[in-house]
Each structure stands twice: as C-alpha cells, then as structure tokens.
Design a binder for this molecule. Structure first.
Ligand SMILES: Cc1cc2nc3c(=O)[nH]c(=O)nc-3n(C[C@H](O)[C@H](O)[C@H](O)COP(=O)(O)OP(=O)(O)OC[C@H]3O[C@@H](n4cnc5c(N)ncnc54)[C@H](O)[C@@H]3O)c2cc1C
Length: 317
C-alpha cells in the first residue's frame, strides 16, 4: 500500500470541496488500496458526516452511511432489500459496510484486481483478458469489446427493481438521479462506471412507496452458500390478486455489467396467472440479447431459471 493522507471532514461542505477519495466502511477501498488497484493520495473518512437514518414511513429513505446489517434488520424495509443485503458478504462485513459504499463497490473481476494484468477498466487501452481468458463468472448482458465484468452489488439489483433514487451532494449543490440511470454500460469507456461527478457524494437512497413490494424476494445463486458473489441473482416484487399478476418488478444481477431490469418479463407477467408455467413463459425473454463467452454460456439458462425460482418464491411470500 502506498502512503496517503487521511482526513475526516466535519461537514458536508468541507467533504465535497476538498480533494480526495471517500472512505466509509473501507471494506472495498482498503482492500483495493492494499492490492495497489487504487492509489489515492488523499483519503477522506466521511463517518463523522450526518448521513444516517432509516425512515420507512413513506417508502424508504436510508442515509448513505447506514450499515448493511442495520438496514437488513430494520422491520420496515421491503423484503427484497433485506434479503439482498442478508445474502451479501458476511455478518462482519455487513456490520462495517455502508449502503453508499455498497453501491459504489468495484467489480470482482480477477483481472481488474490484479495489477500485473491488463484491464481496460483499470488502465484504459491496455485490453481485456477476460474476453478470451477465465470468464466463467463474467457478464453475458451489457458487455462490450472492452469490458465484460459483472456489477457486484446485490443491493443495487433490489433497488433498481424498486425504482430507487440517489440523492447526491457536490460543490455545485444537490441533485437526484434514478439508480437505473446512474450506472453506465462499459461501452468504449469501462473506466467510467457511473454518473458521479468529481467530488460528489451519495447522501441518501430513496425508494418510492410501493405497498405491494411487501410481497417480494431476492434469490441468489452462487458457488457456495455464503460469503460469495452471485453467479446469478433475481429480485422480484409481485402484485397478486385472485392468483393473477396485476403488476411485477424483476431485475437480475451477476449476469450483467450493471444491475439489469427485465421490463419485458414484467410486461409478460401482467395479467398472467401466478403459476410456474406462466412464470416460465414470462422468463423466456430474460436473456434476450445475451452474448456468452467461452466459459459462461451456462448463465443464459441459469438466468431464466433463477427468475422463475424467484417468481415462485415471491408468489408464496
Ligand atoms: C469478502 C467479501 C465478500 C463480499 N461479498 C459481497 C456480496 O456477496 N454482495 C455484495 O453486494 N457485496 C459484497 N461485498 C462487498 C461489500 O458489500 C462492500 O465492500 C461494501 O458494501 C462497501 O461498503 P463500504 O462502506 O465498506 O465502502 P468503502 O470501501 O468505504 O467505499 C467503497 C467505494 O465507495 C466510495 N464511497 C463510499 N461511500 C460513499 C458515499 N457516500 N458517496 C460517494 N462515494 C462513497 C469510496 O470512495 C469507495 O470508492 C463483499 C466484500 C468482501 C470483502
């Protein structure tokens, strides 16, 4: 790890107007600094800032510094969000890691995390070895010739399904962006992962009220039962009346370069009976547009099956 200067701004204003990289729980940042993937000269510990609070009175508002474990355990939080958090990382990490940091964690692509390897995301123009190398865990949706790394956050998948927004603060003031618009596809510039402007901070996550999201769940398929990132995951919420789907939200993770909303599946579900057969029909378009690599073709089928499983579990919730 390289030497760096650590400060702890006392106000939001001081935080957004001084140079440096934000440190919340540190479970991603310190990791990547130890690997020399990130080498910031100035690190700003934001833990003294007033970015706390969980409010479930009208939808959900969560301060960016709330810990994953506190949000997961809050009784008013939509089940799909609690579940996505509880299936993330480990209890120790969830006790430390913040909601804002979770949404800004970096990909777990082995080539990105290994500074001895080329990586267009870490060193633009150096190439993407995952295209032809060890790509079993990589994305099949939203990829480009420069990057096939998956987006790692489980929480982001649940939040995209629920139309969540981020409140951001910067030197020029505050603004709100839809989480679905916040993340960028890699395209020709995989190093640009989101819409955050220099110095900007996530202050709060806002989930609009959706009463029927009380019937929701998150299914995560991975190589081992805990402490592991998703090979594929699905967040669903279902509005059911008389055993028919009135409305649905579906998003998937572990298969795409950004959290991936499946509006075609949602459309196919509206008006359908809440049966395995109808869920299977609706999920048939889930992998449309997928471009599998040599070792991750299994994700195409896995994606459809994970969506069906999540719909079945969601319909019984
Ligand atoms: C072994 C292991 C397993 C894991 N498994 C999972 C998993 O299964 N699913 C999953 O979703 N995650 C998983 N994680 C990732 C973990 O959830 C993240 O490391 C954590 O959520 C990051 O939060 P943090 O507060 O520690 O962020 P930090 O490490 O402090 O920061 C992460 C990044 O976000 C920036 N940042 C932090 N807060 C803000 C803010 N408010 N505004 C602007 N920028 C900010 C930092 O500058 C940094 O770039 C795992 C991590 C480890 C180490």
């Amino acid at each position: 790890m390289r030497p760096f200067e650590l400060t702890a701004p006392a106000t939001l204003d001081a935080a957004v107007t001084t140079p440096g990289t934000y440190l919340a729980g540190g479970t991603t940042l310190v990791d990547l600094m130890k690997l020399n993937v990130l080498t910031p000269r100035h690190v700003k510990d934001i833990n003294d800032l007033p970015l706390r609070g969980i409010d479930t009175r009208d939808g959900l508002r969560v301060g960016a510094l709330e810990r994953m474990s506190d949000v997961a355990g809050h009784p008013g939080v939509y089940p799909v969000i609690s579940r996505a958090l509880l299936l993330s990382a480990s209890q120790q990490l969830r006790n430390m890691a913040s909601i804002g940091g979770n949404l800004l964690q970096r990909t777990r692509c082995g080539y990105f995390r290994d500074v001895a390897m080329p990586c267009d995301k870490r060193r633009p123009g150096s190439g993407c070895p995952a295209l032809t190398g060890a790509n079993r865990g990589h994305a099949v949706l939203g990829t480009s010739g420069k990057c096939v790394a998956t987006h790692p956050s489980d929480l982001a998948v649940a939040l995209v399904a629920l139309d969540a927004e981020l409140r951001l603060a910067g030197a020029e003031g505050t603004r709100t962006v839809a989480l679905a618009d916040f993340y960028r596809l890699p395209g020709e510039t995989p190093e640009v992962e989101n819409d955050l402007r220099p110095g900007e901070l996530i202050t709060e996550v806002v989930v609009p009220r959706l009463d029927w999201a009380r019937r929701s769940t998150y299914v995560k398929v991975r190589d081992r039962a805990s402490y592991e990132f998703a090979l594929c995951s699905a967040a669903v919420a279902l509005d059911l009346r008389d055993s028919r789907v009135v409305d649905a939200r579906v998003a998937v993770g572990g298969v795409a370069t950004v959290p991936w909303r499946l509006t075609s599946v949602e459309e196919a579900l509206r008006g359908a009976p809440a049966t395995v057969e109808a869920f299977t029909d609706a999920a048939s378009s889930a992998a449309d547009g997928a471009t599998p690599l040599a070792h991750n073709g299994f994700k195409v089928d896995l994606l459809k099956r994970t969506v069906v499983r999540a719909l079945v579990e969601g319909s019984r919730a």
